[in-house]
Ligand binder design. Structure first.
Ligand code: ZN
Length: 499
């Protein structure tokens, strides 16, 4: 529960730590703001505090045009607390409550809870109903595209998940008493229809600092697959493909804005929210690394690692199946060897972009989906045949259950579901849970690099069982502890130490 006095002090101080955690509705104006709003402070008695933008909007407040609540960092305090809320938000971000046939009932069923329980959990953690959360998400995403992009209004409406342009106009008229186009800065020139594919849309995605961009890029660089990904000094590029469309993303850090800038080139605007959600996941924008760091620092093994990389994130996966394939290719081999196998797989069965040649260094190929892997001739992959069979089993399981890589009610359930696939053991299941299902407590205790990094001063390397026991106090953030240990281990191998 939010303490109004604490919230008001945070507001007076424009305390950035509260940005994304608290939204303040001002009763005298009907507007809600971020605590860092540059506009003057309202009187204490006119302030109401909310744990989410949706809660403020549900209470009848409209978003401030100056501090732009849509640009607040994701608050994410439910991560590690309520898996159901976390999963529900992920599904809503993918559009589960957009469209005329959407229902909270069906969303609850997908999450394995009753509708009333889902409402109660949303109320408890976000202060708003699932429907309000979805509505607010649409409005705020549309507002961001109006401000930051040059997309025509009709495309903004589609991209944000409004069923029709009329509904989009009505919603904005009701909230802001003006047409959506009136919110666009005059200096912005609208692009012609269909231009997202060529010129691209750039969105800013805010994070709560610190953000260790160098470590993130280093992680992605070490695993970049030829033709699919390219990591330059400052940016990450990759091809993206789904629902028959193919495009690219380019992501760079904008530290002065505490944001990542993502340029998306994709033929269908309706895919934009999904693409943005995936980018948030890959770059772990929702993590509160300060709070996580405080928790992990209690262990003397982790304290110096957290101090060295306070902004370290746990990279997520662009796609669950892709990540699982990478995990299987990486079984028992080095990161570099896993990367080569990935590049070979993409050569064998990746999807080529129209007109794109196989020239080296260009982003010409999409990572193969489950159907392509299932029908590919995998004999050319130089690895044990049992592992090739695991790829086939993985493709079949993915086609049979599209929700395979969603987190379940508990980490144990997520891991158990993955372990049902032949060839997926405890290590691989935890690794997939960590990266694809974004389980913050996943921990592949038998990982060789983790065991190496956890070696004590006397040179004694723990057994997986000992490391597992050691990691118990790191809950519910063991995934971040693992990331710190991996970062340490990667640096040691860069320095020429034995691997
Ligand atoms: Zn404001």
């Amino acid at each position: 529960m939010l303490d109004p006095d604490v919230c008001y002090r945070a507001l007076r101080a424009r305390d950035e730590r509260f940005d994304g955690r608290v939204f303040v509705g001002v009763t005298s104006t009907g507007i809600y703001c971020r605590p860092v709003c540059p506009a003057g402070h309202a009187k204490r008695e006119n302030c109401r505090f909310f744990p989410s933008a949706a809660a403020a909007q549900e209470a009848g407040f409209r978003p401030c045009l100056r501090c732009r609540p849509e640009t607040a960092p994701e608050h994410g305090s439910w991560r590690g607390t309520s898996n159901t809320v976390s999963r529900g938000l992920a599904l809503i971000a993918e559009g589960a409550l957009d469209g005329d046939d959407a229902s909270v009932d069906r969303l609850a069923a997908r999450l394995g809870v009753g509708e009333r329980q889902l409402r109660r959990l949303f109320k408890q953690h976000l202060g708003a109903s699932p429907v309000s959360v979805a509505q607010t998400r649409r409005v705020l995403f549309a507002k961001q595209l109006i401000h930051d992009s040059r997309l025509p209004m009709a495309e903004v409406a589609l991209a944000a998940g409004f069923g029709s342009v009329r509904r989009f106009n009505e919603t904005f008229q009701l909230l802001f008493q003006r047409a959506p186009s009136a919110l666009r800065r005059k200096t912005v020139v609208a692009l012609p229809e269909g231009s997202v594919a060529s010129a691209g849309v750039t969105v800013r995605l805010r994070y709560r600092g610190p953000y260790d961009w160098e470590s993130m890029l280093a992680y992605l660089r070490a695993r970049a697959i030829d033709g699919v990904e390219r990591v330059s000094d400052a940016a990450y590029h990759r091809t993206i493909a789904f629902e028959g469309g193919m495009g690219t993303i380019e992501v760079r850090d904008l530290p002065e804005l505490q944001s990542l800038g993502a340029t998306i080139r994709f033929p269908g605007v309706r895919a934009l929210p999904d693409i943005v959600t995936r980018i948030r996941r890959v770059f772990d924008l929702g993590a509160d690394v300060v709070a996580i760091g405080v928790h992990l620092t209690r262990d003397p093994l982790l304290a110096p690692l957290v101090a060295a990389r306070p902004g370290l994130r746990a990279p997520g996966a662009w796609d669950g199946f892709e990540l699982a394939v990478r995990a299987v290719l990486g079984q028992q081999v080095s990161v570099g060897a896993g990367r080569k196998l990935g590049s070979r797989l993409v050569e064998i069965c990746g999807g080529r972009r129209n007109g794109a040649g196989p020239a080296e260094g260009t982003l010409a190929v999409a990572f193969p989906d489950a159907t392509r892997v299932l029908h590919a001739d995998l004999d050319a992959l130089r690895m044990p045949s049992a592992r090739r069979q695991t790829l086939v089993a993985l493709a079949k399981a993915t086609l049979a259950d599209p929700l395979l890589f969603q987190p379940r009610r508990t980490l144990d359930e997520t891991v158990a579901a993955l372990r049902e696939i032949r060839g997926i053991g405890e290590w691989t299941a935890h690794y997939i849970a960590l990266r694809a299902a974004r389980e913050p407590d996943a921990f592949p205790a038998s990982d060789v690099a983790l065991l190496r990094a956890a070696t004590d001063r006397a040179g004694t390397r723990p057994t997986p069982k000992e490391l597992y026991a050691r990691a118990e106090p790191w809950r519910p953030w063991r995934a971040y502890a693992a990331q710190h240990l991996w970062a340490k281990s990667a640096r040691a191998s860069d320095g020429g130490l034995p691997t």
